[in-house]
Design a binder for this molecule. Structure first.
Ligand code: GN1
Ligand code: MG
Length: 550
């Protein structure tokens, strides 16, 4: 039986030594934190990816990124064989491996090998990619060192968006060994063009306005989006890339998270015009939000909720036209605007489920539907389809028993499902999907924005000594601990028309997040402040006290 080859591991572990006392946990999106002092975590995740690869007998991905977090942060997450997030039961293993001292490292690895019954003689293959952060090159080298210390075959893809790596891992494990970055562009460019061709074949369209301006958060999405647009052709899609990283700083005053949370456009130089389409990616291009100005030059945000509504209604229409009966559902989190939930479930009669924050949770719930559309309000989301459902749609497209119009609708749905990256939310492929739907419907961004009117909403953060004192239930919509907090929140919420508020500990930052919505922005802001104060008072707030606004 093969054993761990301890000498090279220990040698490299010295190079990537763990600073004393440094503790981290594998959270909502892997490990995240200030890049300095995290080198050992990347090295160890390289090793963990090898163990996972040996267990699954498949290629495992390792992405080096801290997404929308500031440039000085970094992070690492593992990608499972089908392109999905690392399975939850391994998150604890990752946390323990990251936190043991160098002296305990071999013992901890052996523990994982034994508990998971890993055959060390199995081959291992690890795919690695990184975002554009200054620290990412060295940290991806640490991952490579970890993976090679355990004898894995490593492929370093260099700079990629997170969803590109998910796509490559999924395709490779699915048997396409020629998959690479170039194939990604070909796939999505061809799928998009095929969908537009379907549209042309039987729909009268009106123009929806020419270009779409995309703020790429000064991140890796910028060069990649330029390549994708080239593959599609400028005569077909006119994408203007903004914040391409040439001068601005990653995620600073720009990007999807900034736009969503601040509810305003990126600070630098967009010169927005009414009714023009604008979009923002986050730093690793797995989130997308749209926005525009209305005719009075007010900022109008079309976030993940609105993208989900657009996708779900489009899919529903095509299913109806094709006369295909499958279970379509939308998955949201507690952060979804109440108006979006109401529109999708009550007005459009589409099932809506609520999952915990974090895409892995939404993804899981979505895959229970035949077709699941999931989005976090912040713009991370995609569509999942069960294999037998896809086969049903495909066979409807060619069925003798179907009318021509039904076949065309089935064909179009197949083309649409090819445009979305089913493995994970993908800003580039979601952008194409939105553009294709607007084109097909002959809709302007204003038409889309009008499908429902959002309730005013606010997100706030409260610092507490220990955020784990807050425990929640009901997809994070209710607090169970500390016991006095939920009744206090309920009492305050009851004072506001259409009021809703919840609090939960963040999985990526050392804060408690507060969400509030109500009938007016003024009421919403008051509600957010009052709930923040309750958190501060009942859950051990530290630092500056949130100011009540009565
Ligand atoms: C309110 C919010 O946007 N939370 C984000 C944020 O998680 P927190 O656990 O709230 O810190 O980062 C996650 C990873 O990117 C993302 O999945 C999630 O939606
Ligand atoms: Mg991201």
């Amino acid at each position: 039986m093969a054993t761990l080859n301890e000498i090279p591991i220990l040698k490299l572990a010295e190079v990537h030594a763990k600073p004393k006392g440094h503790q981290m946990s594998y959270g909502t999106a892997g490990f995240r934190g200030n890049a300095s002092g995290m080198d050992h975590v990347f090295f160890r995740m390289g090793m963990l990816a090898v163990l996972r690869s040996k267990l699954m007998k498949a290629t495992i991905g390792v992405m080096v990124t801290a997404s929308h977090n500031p440039e000085h942060d970094n992070g690492v997450k593992l990608i499972d064989p089908h392109g999905e997030m690392l399975t939850q039961s391994w998150e604890e293993l990752a946390t323990s491996l990251a936190n043991v001292t160098n002296d305990e490292l071999i013992k901890e690895m052996k523990k994982i090998v034994d508990s998971q019954n890993i055959q060390l003689s199995n081959e291992a293959s690890v795919f690695i990619a990184r975002d554009t952060r200054p620290s990412s090159l060295a940290l991806s080298q640490a991952v490579l060192d970890g993976a090679t210390a355990l004898g894995a075959t490593c492929t370093n893809y260099g700079l990629l968006t997170t969803p590109q790596l998910h796509h490559i891992v999924a395709c490779y494990n699915g048997g396409n060994h020629n998959v690479n970055e170039e194939q990604y562009y070909q796939h999505y460019a061809n799928a998009f063009k095929a969908l537009l061709n379907e549209n042309l074949s039987y729909l009268t369209k009106k123009p929806v306005g020419s270009s779409v301006t995309v703020d790429c958060a000064n991140g890796v999405g910028a060069p990649k989006l330029v390549k994708l647009a080239e593959h599609i052709g400028v005569n077909i899609i006119d994408i203007v890339v903004h914040n391409n990283g040439q001068s601005g700083k990653l995620n600073e005053n720009c990007g999807a998270d900034y736009v969503k949370v601040q509810q305003r456009a990126p600070v630098e130089g967009l010169n927005m015009e009414p009714d023009h389409r604008y979009a923002s990616f986050d730093g690793d291009a797995d989130r997308l939000v749209y926005y525009t100005l209305d005719s009075d030059c007010n900022f109008v945000l079309l976030d993940g909720d609105k993208i989900a509504a657009l996708f779900a209604v489009y899919i529903k229409e095509l299913l109806n036209k094709a006369d295909i009966n499958v279970r379509l559902g939308v998955v949201q989190t507690a952060y979804a605007n109440g108006s979006s939930t109401n529109y999708i479930s009550t007005e459009e009669n589409i099932e809506v489920a609520c999952a915990q924050t974090g895409v892995k949770h939404l993804h899981k719930v979505a895959t229970a539907f035949d077709i699941g559309v999931y989005f976090e309000a912040n713009g991370h989301g995609t569509v999942t389809v069960k294999d037998d459902c896809l086969n049903k749609i495909r066979s409807a497209a060619t069925s003798e028993e179907k009318l021509q119009e039904q076949k065309l609708a089935a064909n179009k749905l197949t083309a649409f499902l090819d445009v979305v990256n089913q493995t994970v939310g993908d800003a580039m492929s979601d952008l194409l999907a939105v553009e294709a739907i607007l084109q097909d419907k002959g809709w302007s961004i204003r038409d889309w924005s009008c499908i429902y009117t959002e309730l005013p909403n606010r997100q706030a953060k409260v610092k507490v000594a220990d955020r784990t004192v807050i425990e929640t239930t009901d997809a994070e919509r209710k607090v169970t601990k500390p016991p006095a907090l939920q009744p206090a929140i309920d009492k305050v919420v009851a004072e506001y028309p259409c009021g809703r508020s919840f609090v939960r500990p963040s999985g990526t930052e050392d804060v408690v997040r507060v969400y509030a919505e109500s009938d007016t922005q003024e009421n919403t802001d008051k509600l957010a402040k009052r709930v923040s104060l309750l958190v501060y008072e009942l859950a051990g707030g530290v630092g500056e006290k949130p100011q009540p606004a009565f």
